[in-house]
Write a protein that binds this ligand. Structure first.
Ligand code: FAD
Length: 320
């Protein structure tokens, strides 16, 4: 058996030689691509479906992903992983999965114009960051230039001793500012969409830590040369970089539609082998609760792929 991803006409998967696929991987970011490489190397028949919006593609250059001493752009890393998957017969299909159903142990996954059937599904759909008030074209330009950043764990090191603004609210905003305080003595918390929303005790804590609080909520952002400017209360504050701390949309809705358990934020709850609460449905990467990092996504994907292989082998021997 080979990895046989394919774009199938409606209901055609049932007529595939050998019956339904072994696995459908939804999402081709670091998690989905890693899983695809493992699954193909286990000689499983898979489809890989991807909407083409990996968060990794927005990383100008990662410097904390081991193995790349000079760093690597997110698009280049994804390109190399895709090439590695393709060398094992995988073809990543551009498709937005809209529906998933489960009947008698068989999953049916549907986009607007095709369906796929498989005995198991790996959800590797990631998350989408909630953006600050910045026009989309300025947002992407700011991201590319490091004036806007979303991940202090990833790139706080790169802004050591710089002037940092955190746009956020309440404990989430304060927590991010506190984290960044270990990189710079110049950290300001700016409230959005309302004020900073800190109670007296939290404001005292911010003062003790040397975190400045902006005088008013953020009204808008714009770029000015090498700085990103925050307009608040008639003032324009300039920063070397801004970290929005506005949370994310967890792309777990397909699993939840099947009844999979998730936490309050919407992250899928998984066991130590990446199994969700639905038999045959697995999850890996940012869509689960954990450190939202490339290495973590890849590690979870390796565990998921191996669990899928072993669970399938438990149902029927996998014989060459
Ligand atoms: C600006 C920025 C910088 C970062 N820097 C770093 C860094 O330096 N180091 C680091 O380790 N991490 C970094 N990260 C985090 C890293 O990008 C993520 O942890 C990683 O991409 C998670 O991989 P994933 O495969 O779980 O999700 P993603 O990479 O987001 O991939 C999910 C894929 O699933 C697809 N998908 C979603 N829903 C569907 C659907 N219904 N049908 C089909 N496809 C679907 C999406 O389109 C996407 O292609 C950064 C993130 C950002 C935003």
């Amino acid at each position: 058996m080979t990895a046989g991803p394919s774009s199938l006409p409606e209901d055609a998967a049932d007529s595939l030689p050998g019956g339904p696929l072994d696995v459908i991987v939804i999402g081709a970011g670091p998690a989905g691509l890693t899983a695809s490489i493992y699954l193909a190397r286990y000689h499983l028949r898979i489809a890989v479906l991807d909407a083409g919006r990996s968060r990794a593609a927005t990383i100008p250059r990662t410097h904390n992903h081991a193995g790349y001493p000079n760093g690597i752009a997110g698009t280049e890393l994804l390109g190399l992983m895709t090439e590695q998957a393709e060398r094992h017969g995988v073809r990543v299909e551009r498709a937005v999965v809209e529906k998933i159903a489960l009947e008698d142990g068989l999953f049916t996954v549907a986009s607007a114009d095709a369906t796929w059937n498989a005995r198991s599904v790996l959800l590797a759909t990631g998350v989408v960051n909630n953006p600050p008030p910045l026009a989309p074209e300025l947002h992407d330009a700011a991201l590319a230039r490091g004036l806007l950043r979303y991940c202090p764990v990833c790139d706080g090191y790169e802004v050591t001793d710089q002037r940092i603004g955190v746009i956020g609210h309440g404990e989430r905003g304060l927590g991010e500012a506190r984290f960044l305080r270990s990189y710079s003595s110049d950290v300001t918390l700016i409230g959005w969409p309302d004020g900073h929303g800190l109670d007296e005790a939290q404001q005292d804590s911010a003062r003790e830590l040397g975190i400045a609080l902006a005088p008013a909520k953020c009204e808008s952002l714009h770029l000015d040369g090498e700085r990103i400017m925050v307009n608040c209360g008639g003032q324009s504050l300039g920063f070397d970089t801004i970290y929005p701390a506005l949370g994310s949309v967890i792309r777990s809705e397909l699993a939840i539609s099947l009844g999979a358990a998730c936490n309050d934020e919407g992250c899928l709850i998984i066991d130590t082998h990446q199994r969700t609460s639905i038999a045959g449905l697995y999850a890996a990467g940012d869509v689960t609760k954990g450190l939202d990092q490339i290495s973590h996504a890849m590690g979870e994907a390796a565990v998921a792929a191996t669990a899928i292989r072993n669970d399938l082998a438990g149902q029927a021997p996998l014989l060459r």
